[in-house]
Design a protein around this ligand. Sequence first.
Ligand SMILES: Nc1nc2c(ncn2[C@@H]2O[C@H](COP(=O)(O)OP(=O)(O)OP(=O)(O)O)[C@@H](O)[C@H]2O)c(=O)[nH]1
Ligand SMILES: [Mg+2]
Length: 357
Amino acid sequence: MFDVVIGLGQAGSRIASCFQKVFKIRAYYLNFARVDFSKFKGEGKRLLVSDGGTGRNPFYGKKIAASNKDKISEFVLSAVEKKKYIAICVGGGGGSGCGMIEMILSMLIREKKRIVLIYTLPEKKEKLPAKPNALRILNNIIEKFISEGKVTTVLVDNEYAANKYKTDGFRFEGINRVIPKAFKRFWNISNLSAQHNYIDFAEGYNSLDENELKRAMYFSRGFTDIRIVNLEITAARLEDNEIRKEIKTSSLFIGSFDINTSKIAVVVVALPEELKGEKGTNDFVERLFIIIGKMTKAPYVFNSSYYDKRLKNITINILLGGLIKSKSLTSLINQAIKDKDLFENKGNIEKLDLTGV
Ligand SMILES: Nc1nc2c(ncn2[C@@H]2O[C@H](COP(=O)(O)OP(=O)(O)OP(=O)(O)O)[C@@H](O)[C@H]2O)c(=O)[nH]1
Ligand SMILES: [Mg+2]
């Protein structure tokens, strides 16, 4: 799905290395701190400019980036040469990754690349001013790139997602692995012979191939969300409103993006083999497609389903693209504004108004 992945700063590099592993694509890592690379095992090329990091200061990071523009540019341009689909990962709130991100996005856009940005938001417990800084940089990215429809963005709210996928090991290990795997679920279907494979808007196509999926991902830029719902094998008996509820609350990364503002939806229903030929299965899958289609109101919906021997549950995978508004994002921002400790940053955060995105 992606031709190349680029990781910026420590978080970005760790997430990028997971993409590299899952998709077996080339990875490139950039950092301003040698220490971030010391235990880092990610496979791929590295560029270290400066040293010592930024101590969580993206504004200092921007200065470092500006004074090393040539080196960064040479590295990034060689990474993306002859490649079209680029994933770029960065941890919001840090100084190195956030210091470089705007410069690098501008470069990639100039080169007419298709970009998916993975941007994490800090947890509440992190030291100030991680969150306001993360939101400020996000605000810049929204104003310059997202609102212009130039970048597809997946926001990962660590507060929500790092806890949801917590493992015994390293704090972010679970979520870092989940991010590329969530994409992989859509990627996989292009290799499977699907059962109910159809695409609503483009008559003549009867399967969702890799290029279609890429188009879907990049077609309507904005924010993207992925939902994965696991249903018992007896789910065919569920009422529509119960299914809706499951879908509403199944967001992987940000809590609850407003599903009804998406412009594109890719729906992949994976069914246990034992349901094959079972009375009601086909009707149930059709019902799911209708329910999700109505929930998203998206003008473009790709529907697909397949059977898998390894499955015990029914799994609905939904990729929502072009989300323009989000209650959960607005509430995140409002929380930050309310926090009295953030007083000095207040003016900047208030600027972050997503209603026009
Ligand atoms: N999902 C995820 N988030 C992370 C990970 N590591 C750090 N973060 C988050 O990313 C934010 C940025 O941290 P870093 O990536 O360490 O910062 P940096 O870009 O290296 O910049 P410096 O401040 O100069 O070290 C943190 O505030 C955390 O919220 C990770 O492995 N996965
Ligand atoms: Mg660092």
